[in-house]
Design a protein around this ligand. Structure first.
Ligand SMILES: Nc1ncnc2c1ncn2[C@@H]1O[C@H](COP(=O)(O)OP(=O)(O)OP(=O)(O)O)[C@@H](O)[C@H]1O
Length: 267
């Protein structure tokens, strides 16, 4: 469904030239939940912006259903890390969620229905008339998720969406994402620097190398589909997978060759 082929992005300007991404190739099937991890500064946000059609690649391409992405496709929604900057403070929660639906040209009754359902799905039915600044950080991020969900995207792109919330809220939001994914059947590409989060959430984890950035490994997360914060994180297989990914990211930072595959690592 979503193909990233030979993606390269070089930023240049002001006498500076940065090769943020060298050569990324991977595919997401319809309805998959795939996480991307990698060392800080390896180009995760750059990758997501290219996939979202917000940034033009220097070379290579992103294809959605075989069609090249050259502008933000109507079938995609993005949730960014900085919820504080992504919600309009002068609009009530309901209006924030509704805004992209107006831009989509949906009739009023359908917009109301989608806003109500999306806020209910993230547990914020009571907050529709509040302003974002009256809500906690975790609640604001729920609003951002509701806005993306109401849009009914086929593909949901998430860029470190929980990096700025406390650990307990983060765990709740992780479960919310898996829950919505199950209910909506949406395809999710989730970028995080948190290795445990990537293994907990994903069906697959794509590990990026450090700059010049390529795909270092694609790992299948062979944990049961039913996950919960207590049991999944206590599962020896979870520990083996997160240790393996951590080794990969550490080795990537040092520019080392691939360590032995996880199946050979005594797990
Ligand atoms: N607009 C820009 N102009 C020039 N260089 C940029 C721009 N955006 C990002 N970069 C550079 O590209 C590289 C990759 O940045 P990017 O933000 O994509 O990485 P990241 O993996 O998301 O980082 P982090 O994990 O720290 O959030 C960095 O060296 C960064 O300085």
């Amino acid at each position: 469904m979503l193909d990233v082929r030979g993606l390269r992005k070089v930023y240049s300007g002001g006498g500076r030239r940065v090769e943020a991404v060298r050569d990324l190739t991977f595919t997401l099937g319809a309805g998959e939940l795939v996480c991307v991890v990698g060392p800080s500064g390896c180009g995760k946000t750059t990758l997501l912006k290219c996939v979202a059609g917000l940034l033009a690649p220097t070379s290579g391409e992103v294809l959605l259903h075989g069609r090249q992405v050259t502008a933000p496709p109507p079938a995609m929604a993005v949730v960014f890390q900085e919820y504080g900057r992504s919600l309009f403070p002068w609009m009530r929660v309901g209006e924030n969620v509704e805004l992209p639906l107006r831009q989509k040209g949906l009739p009023r009754a359908r917009r109301r229905e989608l806003v109500t359902d999306a806020l209910a799905a993230v547990g914020l039915s009571d907050a529709e008339a509040a302003y974002p600044w009256q809500l906690s950080g975790g609640m604001q991020q729920r609003v951002a998720i509701a806005r993306a969900v109401a849009f009914e995207p086929e593909v949901l792109l998430m860029d470190e969406p929980f990096a700025a919330v406390d650990a307990q809220t983060r765990a709740d939001l992780e479960d919310l994402v898996r829950d919505l994914w199950h209910k909506l059947g949406v395809t999710i590409l989730f970028v995080t620097h948190d290795i445990d989060e990537a293994v907990y959430l994903g069906q697959r984890v794509i590990v990026l190398s450090s700059s010049p950035t390529v795909v270092r490994e694609e790992l299948t997360v062979d944990l049961p589909d039913a996950r919960d914060q207590l049991h999944t994180r206590g599962d020896p297989r979870f520990t083996a997978l997160r240790t393996h990914v951590l080794e990969q990211v550490r080795a990537a930072k040092k520019g080392l060759p691939l360590p032995s595959p996880i199946r050979d690592a005594g797990t």
